[in-house]
Design a protein around this ligand. Structure first.
Ligand SMILES: [Zn+2]
Length: 144
């Protein structure tokens, strides 16, 4: 059950674990949980041992709490460098930045662009979720 605390903006472990790991056809669910460090440290300001701990420990915690692999990473504030990409690539399949944009086959899988989604991009004039508003918003992003 989802908490009714409207001021909380993150899911908790119980909520994550209530989301199915497998879909009804037995395949992997399209929901996965990635890592964003333990303390939201800005990695480019930290020493290597701190960077390694932030990247690896967060994966361990997610995997312990959910029983699922944490395969994807997101750099806090989008700050990264080649050294961080190398550390991340040892235990993750991909990582995203905060740079807005789509990805393609030629994208660097350890420095992926992304599209930020906010409420205005997914709700209609009544404030209800609308797949049409969402599709329109993605179209607008694609021609920016
Ligand atoms: Zn963040």
């Amino acid at each position: 059950m989802i908490s009714e605390d409207e001021h909380r903006s993150f899911v908790n472990w119980d909520e994550i674990n209530s989301m199915p790991a497998l879909s009804s056809d037995g395949k992997d669910s399209r929901i996965s949980f990635g890592s964003h460090t333990v303390n939201h440290s800005i990695l480019t300001n930290e020493k290597t041992n701190v960077v390694e701990n932030e990247i690896c420990k967060s994966k361990e915690i997610i995997e312990k709490e959910t029983g699922r692999n944490a395969l994807h990473f997101c750099y806090p504030n989008g700050n990264y460098n080649d050294s961080m990409k190398k550390i991340v690539s040892k235990s993750y399949k991909s990582a995203c930045t905060t740079k807005s944009g789509f990805v393609s086959e030629s994208s660097d899988v350890y420095a992926l662009n992304r599209i930020g989604i906010n409420e205005e991009m997914i709700t209609d004039w009544r404030g209800n979720f609308s797949k049409y508003v969402f599709i329109y918003s993605i179209f607008v992003e694609s021609i920016k």
